[in-house]
Design a protein around this ligand. Structure first.
Ligand code: AMP
Length: 269
């Protein structure tokens, strides 16, 4: 496993003509990341994983500072998985190319997380755009857990780069809540609440599949979830193809963002 601390060094040493799979992460690796890496290893000749906690996608400094970091353990995991390359860039290395960071979202995309986290996706799009400009991977693997992120990356960057974006399924703890680096910040009590909330949403999802008219029960579900968390930021059902509100039984997806104490979690079903 070769570890690069700068994009330039990586560009000089990695053969982009080989079938390269790229998995961008913010580290503190868990089973969700591991599943993306395994998918890349199955599909590609070489796999590159980046670890970069990107400050520009945090709209609160405190959130950036408290984001879980565990580099030594991450490297152990990546070595065990026999990942070929790891990129751990410095902030200056990414931010010297300021122009790429200036991606503006259309007003119609300021929904769900981008409504509540101003500047967040602009930060995500900026850093992914810098990565894709420099890392000529054949495939980039990303999780459906961050569905809106994937949607916006496809929409704003999909045509600008040759790298093919691959959606990967959400990996869940015991079939309930999604693995997330932020889960490490949860108390035992809140882990239980996360399980309860995801079970409510899973049941609601199955109910709508059986009987689409049940979408109107969203108010009850909203009430149930609000009781189990510190703050329900949003609970919405949208069309998974365009994230609009016009839905039918074949294209609906339930999106949620909530706080357990001051830990913000998102999911979709
Ligand atoms: P992050 O480190 O949180 O920025 O996530 C890096 C990548 O891992 C993103 O593409 C996420 O969507 C993906 N990811 C995070 N959690 C999960 C999960 N539970 N299942 C599948 N993919 C995930």
């Amino acid at each position: 496993m070769i570890i690069f601390k700068s994009i330039n060094k990586l560009k000089n040493q990695v053969n982009f003509k080989a079938n390269l799979g790229f998995v961008p992460t913010m580290g503190s690796l868990h089973k969700g990341h591991i599943s993306l890496i395994k998918t890349s290893k199955q599909k590609c000749y070489k796999t590159l994983v980046s670890i970069f906690v990107n400050p520009s996608q945090f709209n609160k400094k405190k959130d950036y500072r408290s984001y879980p970091r565990n580099l030594n353990n991450d490297l152990k995991i990546l070595k065990k998985l026999k990942v070929d390359y790891v990129l751990i860039p410095k902030i200056n290395d990414i931010y010297k190319t300021k122009r790429e960071m200036q991606i503006k979202l259309n007003k119609t995309d300021k929904i769900l997380c981008s409504k509540y986290r101003p500047g967040h996706f602009e930060g995500v799009l900026g850093v992914i755009s810098i990565f894709l400009k420099n890392i000529k991977a054949k495939f980039m693997f990303m999780g459906n857990k961050d569905f809106q992120q994937l949607y916006l990356i496809r929409k704003y960057l999909g045509k600008r780069f040759k790298t093919k974006i691959i959606n990967c399924k959400t990996i869940r703890f015991k079939n309930s809540f999604a693995y997330s680096s932020r889960n490490k910040l949860l108390s035992k009590k809140n882990l239980k609440n996360a399980i309860l909330i995801s079970n409510v949403l899973k049941r609601f999802h199955n109910l709508i599949i059986k009987d689409f008219s049940k979408v109107k029960e969203i108010k009850n579900i909203n009430y149930k979830i609000s009781k189990k968390c510190s703050k329900l930021e949003y609970l919405e059902i949208r069309n998974k193809d365009n994230l609009r509100k016009k839905i039918n039984r074949n294209n609906f997806k339930i999106f949620v963002a909530y706080y357990l104490d001051d830990v913000r979690l998102i999911d979709n079903f």
